[in-house]
Design a protein around this ligand. Structure first.
Ligand code: SAH
Length: 355
């Protein structure tokens, strides 16, 4: 049975489901989920991410985290972790760029967290010489300094959507009609979790909540506040979003998110405000939200590109120039993608952020 038919059968029996339940099934269903069944990256896949565009992305992130390790007195045993590592490319570039930093690699326990068995296998191959181990959840991260990166992880977490109705909110749920999936609205309810959005919304406005973002961030931040370390979180989104940001991508093109469950990538813009609030509540400091373009420029991407350019000509040189532009230009990924750094209250912030 297709995933679509399974979801329709479940809705017929139990009634409409939240968008979060729908996304979880689409992305992580044990046999038919999008991430469970495929390696979606690259030209032949459905989308391309920053580390797959250029090695410079991972190199600069790796150096920023290694600088934090140096600034915090080079602790002898640390966790270097990535959540949602995809093909492992980002971590590979981070490790390659930092191998000359005396003592850094010797201090690392490399931990990867990924829900996809298929991608875990790809990561095992990419990173085999670094002996990674996998945890199922951030709660399993060891109690020691934590240096963590997450790129395009939070945008894959399930969201719920609510439409404003007077002082209350109707949830936008997934139901079925004949053999199609359709959106519908529940009767309005007052919701404490959205009390702060009554000020900046009006009737019929749509807002989103990602229920797992704050607990995941709180767990990471608690490790960092207690033991030291830093986290770099990169994703598309903003401090707070308004409106429907659910997006389905198949074959590099937007498609209807309800049309083919399990066959398209589903993501939503990341709201960084709840993420920053969860980090603060867990005792961590956080940087200003900074655009990816500015962050990478501050870390020296242009100098790095110039060095790499020296050995290249023709199409390879053009590819490098286009990758630099794609990562940093305001009309490409430069402004849409944002970075937030988490760090212990008494330590310096990770390099690459303004004060
Ligand atoms: N960081 C990589 C991949 C981003 S795609 C890159 O930049 O190229 C999202 C990744 O998060 C995939 O590896 C996917 O398997 C993983 N993922 C998605 N939802 C997850 C969840 N709930 N828990 C753990 N991993 C998840």
């Amino acid at each position: 049975m297709t995933l679509k038919n399974q979801i329709i059968a479940r809705i017929r029996q139990d009634g409409p489901i939240s968008l979060a339940d729908y996304m979880t099934d689409c992305l992580l269903h044990p046999t038919l989920g999008y991430y469970t069944t495929r390696d979606p990256f690259g030209v032949a896949g459905d989308f391309i991410t920053a580390p797959e565009i250029s090695q410079m992305f991972g190199e600069l992130i790796g150096l920023s985290l290694a600088q934090c390790w140096l600034d915090q007195g080079s602790p002898a045993r640390i966790t270097l972790a990535e959540i949602g590592p995809g093909r492992g490319t980002l971590m590979l570039d981070m490790l390659r760029a930092t191998h000359k930093i005396a003592g850094f690699h010797a201090a690392i326990d490399l931990v990867l967290i990924d829900a996809s068995p298929k991608l875990r296998a790809v990561q095992a191959e990419t990173l085999q010489s670094y002996a990674p181990r996998w945890c199922n959840s951030v709660t399993d991260l060891p109690d020691q300094p934590l240096f963590l990166v997450a790129n395009e992880f939070f945008d894959a977490l399930p969201i719920r959507q609510y439409q404003r109705a007077g002082p209350g909110w109707s949830e936008r749920r997934v139901g079925s009609q004949d053999d199609r999936l359709i959106f519908g609205l529940t009767a309005p309810n007052n919701l404490d979790a959205l009390a702060h959005r009554l000020d900046d919304t009006k009737d019929n406005d749509l807002v989103e909540i990602s229920p797992t973002t704050a607990p995941i961030t709180a767990t990471i931040a608690q490790r960092i506040a207690t033991h030291g370390g830093a986290a770099l979180i990169v994703d598309y989104g903003d401090w707070r979003s308004l409106g429907d940001t659910l997006q389905a991508i198949r074959d590099h093109k937007p498609v209807d998110p309800l049309a083919d469950p399990g066959l398209a990538d589903l993501t939503a813009h990341v709201d960084f405000e709840p993420l920053a609030n969860a980090a603060r509540a867990a005792g961590c400091g956080h940087t200003k939200l900074t655009t990816q373009g500015v962050f990478l420029e501050r870390l020296g991407i242009t100098t790095r590109a110039q060095t790499l350019a020296k050995g290249l000509k023709d199409t390879e040189l053009e590819a490098l120039i286009s990758a630099h532009r794609r990562l940093t230009h305001p009309q490409e990924m430069g402004n849409l993608f944002k970075t937030l750094g988490l760090y212990p209250p008494n330590a310096s912030p990770p390099p690459g952020f303004g004060l």
